[in-house]
Write a protein of this length. Structure first.
Length: 122
Protein backbone atom coordinates (compact mmCIF):
# COMPACT_ATOMS: atom_id res chain seq x y z
CA UNK A 1 0.00 0.00 0.00
CA UNK A 2 2.23 2.79 -1.21
CA UNK A 3 -0.24 5.09 -2.96
CA UNK A 4 -1.13 8.37 -1.19
CA UNK A 5 -4.78 7.73 -2.10
CA UNK A 6 -4.74 4.32 -0.38
CA UNK A 7 -3.12 5.81 2.71
CA UNK A 8 -5.75 8.55 2.81
CA UNK A 9 -8.58 6.01 2.54
CA UNK A 10 -7.18 3.83 5.33
CA UNK A 11 -6.59 6.90 7.54
CA UNK A 12 -10.21 7.97 7.00
CA UNK A 13 -11.49 4.48 7.75
CA UNK A 14 -9.48 4.40 10.98
CA UNK A 15 -10.78 7.87 11.96
CA UNK A 16 -14.31 6.52 11.43
CA UNK A 17 -13.65 3.62 13.82
CA UNK A 18 -12.65 0.87 11.42
CA UNK A 19 -9.67 -1.05 12.85
CA UNK A 20 -7.04 -1.99 10.25
CA UNK A 21 -6.62 -5.73 9.64
CA UNK A 22 -3.97 -7.51 7.65
CA UNK A 23 -4.89 -11.09 6.80
CA UNK A 24 -2.40 -13.52 5.24
CA UNK A 25 -2.19 -13.75 1.47
CA UNK A 26 -2.16 -17.59 1.60
CA UNK A 27 -5.59 -18.79 2.77
CA UNK A 28 -7.45 -22.10 3.07
CA UNK A 29 -9.53 -22.46 -0.11
CA UNK A 30 -12.52 -24.18 1.48
CA UNK A 31 -14.23 -21.12 3.05
CA UNK A 32 -14.11 -19.23 -0.26
CA UNK A 33 -15.51 -22.18 -2.20
CA UNK A 34 -18.20 -22.82 0.44
CA UNK A 35 -19.44 -19.23 0.35
CA UNK A 36 -18.74 -18.14 -3.22
CA UNK A 37 -19.27 -21.47 -4.99
CA UNK A 38 -17.26 -23.86 -7.09
CA UNK A 39 -17.37 -21.47 -10.07
CA UNK A 40 -14.75 -19.42 -8.22
CA UNK A 41 -12.31 -22.36 -8.37
CA UNK A 42 -11.58 -21.62 -12.04
CA UNK A 43 -10.43 -18.08 -11.14
CA UNK A 44 -8.45 -18.92 -7.99
CA UNK A 45 -4.71 -19.51 -7.68
CA UNK A 46 -4.62 -22.87 -5.88
CA UNK A 47 -1.97 -25.11 -4.33
CA UNK A 48 -1.79 -27.93 -1.77
CA UNK A 49 0.01 -27.90 1.57
CA UNK A 50 2.12 -30.81 2.86
CA UNK A 51 -0.99 -32.49 4.32
CA UNK A 52 -2.93 -32.20 1.05
CA UNK A 53 -5.20 -29.32 2.13
CA UNK A 54 -6.16 -26.92 -0.63
CA UNK A 55 -4.79 -23.39 -0.21
CA UNK A 56 -5.25 -20.30 -2.35
CA UNK A 57 -3.91 -16.84 -2.84
CA UNK A 58 -6.45 -14.54 -1.18
CA UNK A 59 -9.21 -13.84 -3.77
CA UNK A 60 -11.07 -11.44 -1.48
CA UNK A 61 -10.81 -9.80 1.95
CA UNK A 62 -14.40 -10.29 3.16
CA UNK A 63 -14.22 -13.96 4.15
CA UNK A 64 -10.85 -13.86 5.97
CA UNK A 65 -11.93 -10.68 7.79
CA UNK A 66 -15.17 -12.34 8.92
CA UNK A 67 -13.24 -15.45 10.05
CA UNK A 68 -10.80 -13.22 11.95
CA UNK A 69 -13.75 -11.57 13.71
CA UNK A 70 -15.31 -14.94 14.61
CA UNK A 71 -11.96 -16.28 15.86
CA UNK A 72 -11.84 -13.39 18.36
CA UNK A 73 -14.28 -15.34 20.54
CA UNK A 74 -16.93 -12.62 20.70
CA UNK A 75 -18.84 -13.19 17.49
CA UNK A 76 -21.86 -11.20 18.73
CA UNK A 77 -19.93 -8.03 19.51
CA UNK A 78 -20.00 -5.02 17.24
CA UNK A 79 -16.74 -4.49 15.36
CA UNK A 80 -15.56 -2.68 12.26
CA UNK A 81 -12.51 -3.43 10.18
CA UNK A 82 -10.70 -1.87 7.22
CA UNK A 83 -8.19 -3.40 4.84
CA UNK A 84 -6.09 -2.66 1.79
CA UNK A 85 -3.95 -5.04 -0.19
CA UNK A 86 -3.67 -7.35 -3.14
CA UNK A 87 -6.26 -9.96 -4.02
CA UNK A 88 -5.72 -12.59 -6.68
CA UNK A 89 -8.02 -14.02 -9.35
CA UNK A 90 -7.22 -15.25 -12.85
CA UNK A 91 -8.38 -12.73 -15.40
CA UNK A 92 -8.13 -8.96 -15.54
CA UNK A 93 -5.01 -7.06 -14.50
CA UNK A 94 -2.74 -10.06 -14.69
CA UNK A 95 -4.55 -11.73 -11.81
CA UNK A 96 -3.74 -9.19 -9.09
CA UNK A 97 -5.74 -6.14 -8.03
CA UNK A 98 -5.69 -3.97 -4.94
CA UNK A 99 -8.81 -4.22 -2.82
CA UNK A 100 -9.61 -1.49 -0.29
CA UNK A 101 -12.67 -1.64 1.89
CA UNK A 102 -14.44 -2.06 5.18
CA UNK A 103 -16.42 -4.76 6.94
CA UNK A 104 -18.82 -3.94 9.75
CA UNK A 105 -20.41 -6.41 12.15
CA UNK A 106 -23.27 -5.33 14.39
CA UNK A 107 -22.80 -1.54 14.22
CA UNK A 108 -25.91 0.26 15.40
CA UNK A 109 -24.85 3.65 13.97
CA UNK A 110 -25.32 2.47 10.39
CA UNK A 111 -28.89 1.12 10.13
CA UNK A 112 -29.54 -0.87 7.00
CA UNK A 113 -25.87 -0.89 5.98
CA UNK A 114 -23.88 -3.82 7.20
CA UNK A 115 -20.91 -3.63 4.86
CA UNK A 116 -19.31 -1.50 2.20
CA UNK A 117 -16.42 -2.19 -0.11
CA UNK A 118 -14.39 -0.38 -2.72
CA UNK A 119 -11.92 -2.00 -5.04
CA UNK A 120 -9.25 -0.34 -7.13
CA UNK A 121 -7.11 -1.90 -9.82
CA UNK A 122 -3.41 -1.21 -10.00
Amino acid sequence: MSSPLLKTLIDRFEAAGFARVDVPILQPAEPFLDVMGEDLRQRMFLTLDAEGRELCLRPDFTIPTALLHLAGGEAGRAASYSYAGPVFRHGANGGEVTQVGVESFGRSDRPGRSRGRRSRSR
